[in-house]
Write a protein that binds this ligand. Structure first.
Ligand SMILES: Nc1nc2c(ncn2[C@@H]2O[C@H](COP(=O)(O)OP(=O)(O)OP(=O)(O)O)[C@@H](O)[C@H]2O)c(=O)[nH]1
Ligand SMILES: [Mg+2]
Length: 554
């Protein structure tokens, strides 16, 4: 049973496609790559038609023709063989060339679309293809042990020719249709009596299985007769047999291996479109520009696989680029790191005002409590009024929500300046050591990233608390400003100390406009630990890079 049949040209344009079963695009791409681009496929020739294995379970039977240069390929699953695939390829390619070849050459000369103005011929080809496929399938069913050779009418030995002629005669008598498109049985009762044939062939040649509209013409008396169709197909095939055959298989296909060398000009409009697309997704213009210029650098001068267009080549390269950026270069296994290090393990959370620092710190605490750690939450936001009380509420909630009353506590020292922050940080660590806390989570005050005076205390805080990890919370809503936010926070902790992770909060509020995460990671190279997806303690998720990239590219 075939999965897909294609006719395409050297530019990789698909001129005809029939997909009885869904075939993954990757199978076709692998075939193109291994046969025409890298030439790594192991190709054999069976009955004059090439054959190779593709992606474990598929077989491709393929053939080519000159003037115009066309390739036909048929894929089937090894486990469900289609012994007629080679014949289908050969016959269909011949018919396609006979019916459309001259017009394709004319269109090439006129430099218009390859199939422009050829609807009728295509329709006709489709009808013929359907007839032939049906015929080949029936023959194969009747004689499952038959090799592909036996199903090569006209192009093959006189023996198979005779055999097929006989079969065709039966069919010719069969397919007669009245003016109303119904089967015309007048005087044809004998023709339609299949009781003499074996039961199997009977079930396959029942006239009602044939759609009168799918092929053929009405004759002068208004009857819709398929035999004309078969005759025309035979004529076309015979005519083609007389014309010269391709002498050196694949000689002309070598053109395909050369591919198209992509120029800056080719790719410019595509990368501009991709840039606009990224900006619409909330990626900052400078990051979008940086990403697409990486795509340009990677592709200009390279050769396209002819199968793919410059646009899809560029899209694939951008997908790769985004995946590379969002995939953490270092381990983000925080639990493992906590276990490896001496207690208490200190984590501080920083970011601009209102982005969700305290909420996401509480989510982290909930997660750590689930992992049986004893957690001390420290109120190092000594600036904003109500910040300490807010954390107190969170700690009380966590005691109830986690059902681990004795495993989480608040350490607080009131309100005051940055000296107080450093003092609270040190005292909290001492307290944690004394009371065997595994982890100290330090909340900090929100601050504007472009206000040097507000940012300055972060360096002294980092020195006093010496956190194992500094996590910046950035909200997905922010957009373009996220680039500068990430850069400024990353460089706020003094020489030799950077951010360790991001938590991107409020991802539940932006739909597919998730460009902020790309901005922050691309600007700093710091990986994303979690994304926040709501306001409750369980609304924390690890980032699926695949999901994020698909969302950005969609
Ligand atoms: N929808 C949604 N809301 C969130 C998320 N994270 C935090 N919030 C909400 O954002 C608001 C601000 O959260 P906070 O945790 O107080 O933010 P903050 O950064 O600590 O604020 P300051 O301490 O004032 O700088 C609250 O209403 C939170 O419920 C999230 O992932 N999704
Ligand atoms: Mg806060």
């Amino acid at each position: 049973m075939i999965d897909e049949f294609l006719i395409f040209n050297l530019k990789g344009e698909v001129l005809f496609k029939h997909s009885p079963h869904r075939l993954a695009e990757s199978v076709v791409n692998t075939f193109i790559d291994e046969v025409f681009v890298s030439s790594t496929a192991s190709i054999s020739t069976v009955d004059g038609v090439q054959s190779c294995n593709v992606v474990d379970k598929y077989v491709a039977r393929f053939d080519q023709t000159h003037n115009p240069d066309l390739i036909a390929v048929c894929f089937y699953n090894k486990n469900v063989p289609a012994p007629y695939a080679g014949s289908l390829v050969q016959i269909s390619l011949t018919l396609f060339k006979q019916l459309l070849g001259d017009d394709i050459l004319q269109n090439l000369e006129r430099q218009v679309g390859v199939l422009d103005g050829m609807d009728k011929q295509l329709e006709k080809f489709e009808q013929y293809y359907t007839v032939k496929l049906d015929e080949l399938q029936q023959e194969s069913n009747q004689d499952p042990g038959a090799s592909s050779q036996t199903s090569l009418p006209l192009l093959d030995s006189s023996k198979s020719l005779q055999k097929n002629k006989k079969k065709k005669e039966i069919k010719k008598k069969l397919r007669k249709w009245g003016a109303d498109g119904q089967v015309d049985e007048s005087g044809d009762a004998e023709d339609l009596d299949y009781s003499q044939q074996d039961a199997e062939s009977n079930s396959r040649t029942t006239v009602t299985e044939i759609n009168s509209e799918s092929f053929g013409d009405r004759d002068a008396t208004g009857r819709f007769v398929v035999k004309d169709l078969n005759e025309e197909i035979d004529e076309l095939l015979a005519k083609s047999k007389e014309s010269s055959q391709v002498k050196e298989p694949f000689a002309f296909l070598k053109k395909i291996t050369g591919g198209k060398t992509i120029t800056a000009e080719d790719i410019k409009s595509t990368t501009e479109e991709l840039q606009k697309h990224l900006v619409k997704k909330n990626v900052a213009p400078e990051i979008a520009q940086q990403l697409t210029s990486n795509v340009e650098k990677a592709l200009v001068g390279s050769k396209t696989k002819n199968w793919t267009t410059v646009t899809s080549t560029a899209k694939a390269a951008l997908t790769k680029e985004l995946t590379k950026i969002l995939t953490p270069g270092t381990s983000i296994n925080l639990l493992e790191d906590i276990k490896k290090n001496p207690k208490p393990y200190v984590i501080s959370v920083v970011g601009v005002n209102g982005v969700g620092k305290s909420t996401n710190l509480s989510k982290l605490a909930f997660w750590l409590l689930q992992n049986d750690f004893k957690v001390l939450i420290t109120a190092c936001d000594t600036f904003r009024s109500g910040a300490v009380e807010q954390l107190r509420v969170h700690v009380n909630n966590l005691k109830t929500a986690s059902d681990k009353k004795d495993r989480v506590e608040l350490f607080e020292g009131g309100y005051g300046g940055s000296d107080l922050v450093a003092k609270i940080a040190k005292n909290a660590i001492d307290y944690a050591k004394k009371h065997q806390f595994d982890i100290v989570l330090m909340d900090t005050a929100g601050r504007r990233h472009n206000d040097a005076q507000l940012m300055a205390p972060l360096a002294s805080f980092a020195k006093a608390a010496n956190p194992n990890k500094i996590i910046m919370v950035g909200e997905a809503l922010v957009g373009t400003d996220s680039v500068q936010q990430a850069k400024n926070f990353n460089s706020a902790f003094g020489a030799g100390r950077n951010l360790d992770f991001f938590i991107i909060s409020k991802c539940d509020t932006v739909g597919d406009l998730i460009g902020t995460m790309v901005n922050m990671v691309a600007a700093t190279g710091i990986p994303i630990l979690f994304v926040g997806v709501g306001q409750t303690y369980t609304d924390l998720r690890t980032l699926s890079v695949e999901w994020a990239v698909n969302t950005l590219m969609s």
